[in-house]
Ligand binder design. Structure first.
Ligand code: MN
Length: 215
């Protein structure tokens, strides 16, 4: 029986209530990892593990930017909550912070897409949203390399992951600030209908976001 009755009563294209069930809410996480080489770890839950890529420069919200994403070993799902220090002498020693998290939806059959080397998906995070693609390019030693690219939609911006990191500490902005990111961006990217002051707002927006990240 499960959730059949609950779902029968609701139209999930309209309501924002959870549909329930594991498959409908696969988690994703991006962690900033200060290992010997600073990088971002991008992880998508699939089949009970986190498929994982190391992205040296981090995701970009700019659709003209392709970011190298080196495939790494699957991680346990519980790793999505991990923040803290990996002690010296251990694999990946250094500090880890969650940069963004939420859930993701594959567009199409994800396992087949991964095998074919082109995975299209939606992200529902605080910072990373909308449509993305991972495209496999070639092997990099034993580790296949991919490119992470933002698709054009309403969740693009001329901003890198680093724009959401406090430059003084090199730590991601707080969860509270992350949650306000798109409120601020949406306001600043409102279509430039001829309203007084609209143009000035648009041009100021990215620096405002960068600035708020700097506090
Ligand atoms: Mn890492």
């Amino acid at each position: 029986m499960g959730l059949r009755e609950y779902r029968r009563k609701r139209d999930f294209d309209v309501t924002e209530e959870p549909r329930g069930g594991g498959k409908a809410r696969r988690i994703f996480v991006v962690q900033l990892h200060h290992a010997s080489h600073r990088h971002y770890d991008f992880r998508l839950e699939l089949g009970g593990v986190l498929k994982s890529w190391a992205i040296p420069k981090g995701p970009s919200l700019d659709p003209s930017v392709k970011r190298l994403a080196v495939e790494v070993e699957d991680h346990p799902v519980a790793y999505a909550d991990f923040e803290g220090d990996i002690a010296e002498g251990n694999y990946g020693a250094g500090h880890v912070d969650v940069f963004d998290s939420g859930h993701w939806e594959p567009l199409g059959a994800p396992r087949e897409a991964l095998r074919k080397g082109e995975l299209k998906f939606l992200l529902h995070g605080d910072i990373l949203r909308g449509s993305w693609v991972l495209v496999r390019t070639r092997g990099y030693g034993s580790k296949p390399s991919w490119l992470l690219i933002k698709h054009r939609d309403e969740f693009v911006a001329d901003l890198d992951a680093d724009a959401f990191v406090d430059p003084a500490t090199d730590r991601p902005i707080s969860r509270t600030k992350r949650r306000a990111v798109w409120k601020n961006l949406a306001r600043s990217q409102a279509p430039a209908t001829p309203r007084k002051g609209a143009a000035a707002k648009v041009s100021k927006a990215p620096s405002r976001i960068r600035h708020s990240g700097a506090r």
